[in-house]
Ligand binder design. Structure first.
Ligand code: FAD
Length: 190
């Protein structure tokens, strides 16, 4: 029997926001890289939102793995005021395709916040319904780091096409080389 759980917590970043690299705050970029390196081998999935200096994270997986990760995250000096909003048993992982999806403070999130009556993202003011709505929104939102920061590559990405093109060129070059060698051997034999 599976023992899957989902934890949702919020926290406040302790770092000063730096200049964004490829649109991602550098500290957050490093957190994502660790998450995408570590989470797959522990079969953990989830989503991380960062906006206005606050984190909102949802992690799903086996109870012991989630607890171990959350304990490590709780000791991380890059954030403080950690508050668990929800911890519940689940039947399936809902962020199955993501070792750690990243959603920045995108337009649709900010629009939803305005509907909540908030002009800034402050998850400490969320009620239960808003927490659930936020998770649904994060599930539906795009991850701008897809294909970067060790994220899953986008389907049909131009990078995939480039890879196929290079493979085709390499195979054609190999075929040409084999033909030349064969021709040289035939000429010598004649
Ligand atoms: P590495 O990632 O290689 O890091 C080496 C050490 O340096 C770690 O001890 C790390 O804590 C520390 N470190 C790295 N950068 C900094 C920095 N700028 N300031 C201070 N210390 C730093 N980890 C996951 O594996 N999965 C997650 O889903 C995840 N989510 C996170 C969400 C938030 C909001 C935060 C703040 C951290 C999260 N982390 C996550 C990171 C986690 O707290 C640990 O840092 C990480 O798991 C350690 O991974 P590692 O042993 O592979 O070390």
């Amino acid at each position: 029997m599976s023992d899957l759980v989902q934890i949702i917590y919020i926290s406040r970043a302790t770092f000063e926001p730096g200049p964004r690299e490829n649109g991602v705050e550098p500290h957050v970029g490093r957190i994502l890289m660790s998450s995408r390196k570590n989470n797959p081998r522990r079969r953990l999935v989830g989503v991380l939102f960062y906006g206005d200096g606050y984190f909102f994270q949802c992690i799903e997986g086996e109870r012991s793995a989630v607890q171990a990760l959350f304990s490590r995250i709780s000791d991380d000096p890059r954030h403080t005021d950690i508050r668990v909003l929800s911890m519940r048993d689940i039947d399936v992982r809902s962020f199955n395709d993501w070792s750690m999806k990243y959603v920045p403070a995108a337009r649709e999130v900010l629009e939803e916040l305005r509907r909540f009556g908030q002009s800034r993202f402050n998850p400490y003011e969320f009620n239960e319904e808003q927490v659930e709505r936020m998770v649904d929104l994060l599930r539906a939102s795009a991850d701008p780091t897809t294909g970067r920061l060790n994220g899953p590559p986008p389907r049909n990405a131009p990078a995939d096409m480039m890879g196929l093109t290079y493979l085709a060129i390499a195979l054609a070059t190999l075929a040409l080389a084999v033909s030349c060698v064969t021709l040289a051997m035939v000429m010598e034999w004649l």
